[in-house]
Write a protein that binds this ligand. Structure first.
Ligand SMILES: [Zn+2]
Length: 59
């Protein structure tokens, strides 16, 4: 069973193979997106900032 999805940077397509069946380029396992995590913390920081502004009566 193949459970890992590979990505061909040549075709910009996902494949189950170590090598792209279309162009023969070695595929790699894409890294999980990090921006969602960063955005999550960014939203948290904004929320904290907002609360501080509310406390000071500036919001
Ligand atoms: Zn390819």
């Amino acid at each position: 069973m193949v459970d890992k999805l590979h990505y061909c940077s040549g075709c910009q397509q996902y494949t189950m193979h170590d090598k792209c069946p279309k162009c023969g380029t070695e595929t790699h396992i894409p890294k999980p997106p990090k921006f969602s995590l960063v955005d999550k913390y960014g939203a948290y920081r904004r929320e904290v900032k907002k609360k501080k502004l509310i406390e000071k009566g500036l919001y």
